[in-house]
Design a protein around this ligand. Structure first.
Ligand SMILES: C[S@@+](CC[C@H](N)C(=O)[O-])C[C@H]1O[C@@H](n2cnc3c(N)ncnc32)[C@H](O)[C@@H]1O
Length: 343
């Protein structure tokens, strides 16, 4: 990971073949990175409004100002072709069945006052979301359940790098039939929209152009991350996003070898996805316990729970470690600790 040389040793938590986990306030880490050095930042900040149940105007404004400080730091490190994808959940105002506008205020602030462009807005539907808030949805039955997050795809210039053919969606059954036998299935004709539906429409392009409505159930109950957390009696991070979400934007907006950051990395879903997709990654999380526990995303299934627990505790204690762990005879000392001790 070429940006790691800019990160102080004390902030490094672990590193893999392609990336590194850092523990710090991400604004401080971003300030240490060179200008124009990052291809994509995909992230999900804490939804402070929801957690504190303080949805008054004052806290909304404070939240917008808080995100603003990250936006400024992000803008500096992004390459001109770079993108900033921000996942924000909706919220209600306190005590009223009235929606907060905070995620729209964040968007307008980042565009009007920081200089980002809105390349496109995306929505992420979680069909498995439980109904809430209970008062308005379940008890009084006056609101529908909120199961869609907004994702602002922001760019530094008008022309961020993007290639939608890398994230094609599966064809519908109807489209598959059309491709199988275009002559039989479809009579070419003009449409009221002006689109001329020609035989070319029956060409197999490997998948359909995806829409800006993504759908990922966040039901990872059986994920390796949770299984390994459970094996060492640790609670997993409480607000992980589904791996398909960063995966979509990493494939869509970067090439292999590009640099991807997550500035609120939590359980490091983004780092794991990038490692699998061949992108360099840097994940920044201010809580050492979350940052250390996320190492379980990179350890092998064979590591016993005792050794896994010892590894997590050692990482929590400080120093930077290499993962996956190498066999003892080839394991090299790394700054801050020698993992061979654990094997
Ligand atoms: C919604 S969670 C992100 C979860 C992540 N997407 C995942 O899949 O695990 C937000 C995280 O941001 C972290 N955070 C809050 N303020 C931060 C800051 N200033 N710098 C770095 N991380 C911060 C929180 O500790 C929390 O773990």
């Amino acid at each position: 990971m070429r940006l790691l040389e800019h990160i102080p040793h004390a902030d490094r938590v672990y590193r893999t073949a392609l990336g590194a986990q850092v523990c710090n306030d991400s604004r401080k880490t971003l300030a240490q990175l060179p200008e124009n050095s990052v291809d994509l930042i995909v992230t999900s900040p804490p939804f402070a409004l929801l957690r504190e149940k303080e949805y008054g105007n004052e806290s909304q404004n404070a939240y917008v100002e808080w995100i603003h400080t990250f936006g400024v730091a992000v803008q500096r490190v992004l390459k001109p072709t770079g993108s900033f994808v921000l996942d924000l959940g909706g919220a209600y105002e306190r005590g009223k069945p009235v929606r907060s506008l905070y995620q729209f205020r964040v968007l307008i602030d980042l565009c009007d006052n920081v200089g980002f462009r809105l390349a496109e807005e995306f929505y992420c539907h979680n069909p498995a979301k439980l109904p809430s808030p209970i008062e308005w949805v379940n008890k009084r039955k006056i609101r529908a359940k909120d199961s869609v997050n907004t994702l602002w795809w922001l760019s530094k210039t008008d022309w961020p790098k993007a290639n939608v053919s890398r994230v094609l969606a599966p064809y519908s059954e109807r489209m598959k039939k059309l491709i199988e036998n275009p002559e039989k299935f479809y009579k070419p004709k003009g449409r009221p929209s002006g689109h001329d539906i020609s035989k070319g429409f029956g060409t197999d392009n490997g998948g359909a152009i995806p829409s800006n409505l993504l759908q990922y159930p966040n039901t990872e109950a059986t994920s390796a991350y949770l299984r390994r957390c459970k094996s060492i009696a640790r609670e997993g991070h409480p607000a992980r996003f589904p791996a398909d979400l960063p995966s979509f934007f990493v494939k869509f907006l970067t090439d292999p070898g590009d640099v991807v950051l997550d500035i609120f990395s939590g359980s490091n879903t983004t780092g794991r996805v990038c490692e699998d997709l061949g992108r360099e990654w840097l994940s920044i999380e201010e809580r050492r316990d979350y940052a250390a526990l996320s190492v379980v995303r990179f350890t092998s299934e064979d590591l016993s729970p005792e050794r896994l627990r010892a590894l997590v505790e050692q990482i929590e204690g400080g120093g930077c470690h290499d993962v996956p762990l190498r066999p003892p005879q080839t394991n090299l000392p790394v700054d801050g600790g020698e993992i061979a001790l654990l094997l």
